[in-house]
Every structure is written in structure tokens, then in C-alpha cells.
Design a protein around this ligand. Structure first.
Ligand SMILES: Cc1ncc(COP(=O)(O)O)c(C=O)c1O
Length: 444
């Protein structure tokens, strides 16, 4: 439908949703964090229908996963065709063309000279685990550098690199030893209290000038793990020089630079890889989420000289499942044909429409974005930048009641991460709902 709008016709949650929520409470792990009770029935493009027949505009894309929208016909056809041929054979012990074809496509697309090879897992965390293991194996070094605010996953290794929310780590120690966290290049909340216009990128030089001189011998560091755009930590776009300095440090000390593009990769920022905006080459790149439009897959792409581990060193039964590979190949085709360019265009459109919100809205401290990773950072006070965490929760909830699915990140950021297929009408709807919600909450 061309000018479709959200339609909420029951109380939320509706009667059918309530039944499912009750079952969820009884039988499902309580460790999940649902901000509001959306119970999905079906989805098409950027639209989602719940079990009670309410229709929502989806600006969450299943947490940045449904890159080509829900149930894109070409992705569905690729999945159906592959499932009818064979669903599983395990690429760890046998061969199939889909895995090779996808590896070839991914190896060719990661920026940089020289050959690359691809390891297949099932999730972002598995891709990160694989990168940690490979970095240790190849360098014979045991230490890692990561960043405050970073989210790299929840398995023991990936969790050791994660420093996003303390609940994610509480009670799980001891984690993998040898990880040092340092501040990310977060200009709106500069950890060094500097002015981004005049600073000397202390966020980049801190590692060389302080950490390597006082705490961590650089020759013991296997890898630096960095999200080129910080995802769960608040949709933060670092200054270009921050990443350039990390690349220089890696080159100088023989450290591997690992780009975690699990969230910011696969066209979301308006380029296939977020790292392309910064003009640097990673040694290893991990991606997952948007790669197969919702089928589970996670990959680690490394320079072939680095991927020198022998048979048996690392593998996963389901990794590179043929149905997921088929979905990924269809996804890449669609992204390259249409949706990466659309992400760039629509990201600019949204950012332009909300660029005056920090002046117009009492609660909005900052707006920023790269492609369809758009952040609206909420503050209680513009001079102290006190985080408006509770208000952010209300924004998400009120948007839900009006038929907009949107999530937060960081402590007080509303993030827009729609499927890359959205059009201007859908962007306008989301912006108008958010503006109305913000206005109401600001009046209280
Ligand atoms: C940047 C980043 N890395 C890794 C992960 C972990 O991915 P998964 O949840 O698929 O394990 C996430 C998930 O949000 C992520 O955003």
C-alpha cells in the first residue's frame, strides 16, 4: 500500500498478545530486555503486523538485521529454493557451492589490497570469538584493546571485549584475561573534555601515549577491536582521525585491527562497510546481523596471510548454513542493486529533517547519523548534558503506542535503524511520530 500508515486498533498489548506474553513469562529465559510488548505475526518491507492485527512501522529492523525489509520476495525465494534442495550438510566436513560463492563475494568486498579468506559462524558473537582466536593464534600474543561503550557480543570472549552495560558482565567473571578498555572517540561526550574542532584527537593518541607507556606492552597486544560506528553504545560516529590513528598504531606495533561491522556493516551506513567512510583497511572484519536479512549467520573475513590456522583449529557445525548463505547472496545482490544507495539517501533525508531538533526540543542534546544509523541523544540539561534515560524509555513506549517500533542505545539515545528499504513517506511518518512524542514528554 502506497501511503500506508500505522493502525492500532486494540489496547497494547492486545488480547492475543497478552496470552503469548504470559507463556513467555513462564517458559522463556528472563534475561531478554524487551522495552515494550510487541508480539509479531508477519512483516513486509518496513511494516509489521502483530498477533492482534495492529500494524506498526518498523524502525528497528529486528535490531538492524532485516536489511532488505521483512520477507523480501527475492530473499524468500532464495531461501525456499535452497531449503528444497538441501538444508544442511555442514561446511566443516563437506563442501557446497553456496559457501564458496558467498566467501568469494565477501572477500572481494572488504576494502584493501591482497587476498582475504572467510570463516563462517552463526552470529555476531561467534564472528568476534573467531577473530579473537585467530588474532591470538596468528600473532602468538595474548592481549586485546577494546573500547568503553563497545558491544561485541555475550559469549565469554566477546563479552570480555564488551563494555556497554555492567549488567551484561555482572556475575560472569572471570572473563577472558588480557583485555584493556579505553575511551572511544565520542565527541558529544568527549572523555577528555576537549573541543572536537580544535582537539588533537587525544582519543586516538591515548593508547600510544598513555596505555602503552604505563600499562600494556604493545608487543604483547594481538588485536584492537573497534566498531567503526559505535552501535549499542550510542550510535557514535568517531572522528576520522581516531580510526586513522588506530591503524597507524597497529602498523607500528604489529597489532591486528579488527573492525566489528556486525551492526554498522552490510550497507547500513550508506556504504557496504562503515570503515569505507574512514578510508582505512582492517586486517580482520566481522559482520553478521544484516548479512542474510534475518537468517542466522556471522562471518570473519581476514587477510589470507593472517588466516594461517590449521584444519581442526576452529569450526562450527551450523556455520555457513546453505540456507543462510543463499539468503546472504540474495541480500548482497539487493543491497548492491538498490538499498545501499537508498540507505545513504534516506539517512541524509532524515538527518536533514531532524537537524534543528537540538534547538527546537528541550530534551534533544544531539542528533547524528551515518546512513540509516541515526541517533537522537536525549538530555535533561543541555549545558550539563545529564542523560535523560527515563525520558528515553518513555519516548520508546509512546512511539510504540502510536505504531512506531523504535529502540534505544547507550544510556539516553533513541536510535533509528530501519530496514534499508524505507521511502520518504515512511521516514516522514517516523519523524512526525517522534516529534509528537517528544513534544508531549517535554510538556510534562
Ligand atoms: C557491534 C556488534 N558486535 C557484535 C554483536 C553480537 O552479535 P550477536 O547478537 O549476533 O551475537 C552485536 C549485537 O548487537 C553488535 O552490535
Amino acid at each position: 500500500m502506497k501511503n500506508q500508515v500505522p493502525r492500532i486498533k486494540t489496547h497494547l498489548p492486545g488480547p492475543k498478545a497478552k496470552k503469548i506474553l504470559a507463556g513467555d513469562e513462564r517458559f522463556v529465559s528472563p534475561s531478554y530486555t524487551r522495552p515494550y510488548p510487541l508480539v509479531m505475526k508477519r512483516g513486509r518491507g518496513a511494516w509489521v503486523e502483530d498477533v492482534d492485527g495492529n500494524t506498526f512501522l518498523d524502525f528497528s529492523a529486528g535490531i538492524a538485521v532485516c536489511s532488505t525489509g521483512h520477507a523480501h520476495p527475492e530473499v524468500v525465494a532464495a531461501i525456499q529454493k535452497q531449503a528444497a534442495e538441501f538444508i544442511h550438510m555442514s561446511g566443516t566436513d563437506f563442501y557446497y557451492a553456496q559457501m564458496v560463492e558467498l566467501a568469494e563475494r565477501l572477500a572481494a568486498s572488504v576494502p584493501g589490497k591482497g587476498k582475504r579468506k572467510v570463516y563462517f559462524g552463526n552470529s555476531g558473537a561467534e564472528a568476534i570469538e573467531a577473530a579473537m582466536k585467530l588474532a591470538r593464534f596468528h600473532t602468538r600474543r595474548d592481549k586485546f584493546i577494546a573500547f568503553y561503550g563497545a558491544f561485541h557480543g555475550r559469549t565469554m570472549g566477546a563479552l570480555s571485549l564488551t563494555a556497554s552495560k555492567v549488567t551484561q558482565r555482572r556475575g560472569f567473571s572471570p572473563l577472558v584475561p588480557g583485555v584493556t578498555h579505553i575511551p572511544y572517540g565520542y565527541c558529544y561526550r568527549c572523555p577528555y573534555n576537549l573541543n572536537p574542532q580544535t582537539c588533537s584527537i587525544d582519543c586516538g593518541t591515548f593508547l600510544r601515549d598513555v596505555v602503552f607507556k604505563t600499562e600494556v606492552p604493545p608487543e604483547e597486544v594481538a588485536a584492537i577491536f573497534v566498531e567503526p560506528v559505535l552501535g549499542e553504545g550510542g550510535y557514535v560516529i568517531p572522528p576520522k582521525e581516531f580510526l586513522l590513528e588506530l591503524r597507524r598504531i597497529c602498523d607500528e606495533f604489529g597489532i591486528l585491527l579488527v573492525a566489528d561491522e556486525v551492526q554498522c556493516g552490510m550497507g547500513r551506513t550508506g556504504r557496504m562497510w562503515a570503515i569505507e567512510h574512514f578510508g582505512i583497511e582492517p586486517d580482520i572484519l566481522c559482520t553478521a546481523k544484516g548479512l542474510a536479512s534475518g537468517m542466522p549467520i556471522g562471518v570473519m573475513v581476514a587477510r589470507d596471510k593472517i588466516m594461517d590456522w590449521p584444519p581442526g583449529a576452529h569450526a562450527s557445525t551450523f556455520g555457513g548454513n546453505p540456507v543462510s548463505c543463499a539468503a546472504a547472496l540474495a541480500t548482497i545482490k539487493l543491497l548492491e542493486r538498490t538499498y545501499i544507495a537508498n540507505a545513504e539517501r534516506m539517512g541524509k533525508y532524515i538527518l536533514e529533517r531532524i537537524s534543528d531538533w537540538p534547538q527546537k526540543h528541550r530534551l534533544v542534546g544531539d542528533v547524528r547519523g551515518l546512513g540509516l544509523m541515526v541517533a537522537i541523544e536525549l538530555v535533561r540539561d543541555k549545558s550539563t548534558r545529564e542523560k535523560a534515560t527515563e525520558e528515553r524509555g518513555r519516548v520508546l513506549h509512546e512511539a510504540f503506542k502510536r505504531g512506531l517500533l523504535i529502540l534505544g542505545c547507550g544510556e539516553s539515545v533513541v536510535r533509528m535503524m530501519p530496514p534499508l528499504v524505507i521511502n520518504e513517506h515512511q521516514a516522514d511518518l517516523a519523524i512526525d511520530i517522534l516529534e509528537e512524542v517528544l513534544g508531549r514528554i517535554e510538556k510534562k
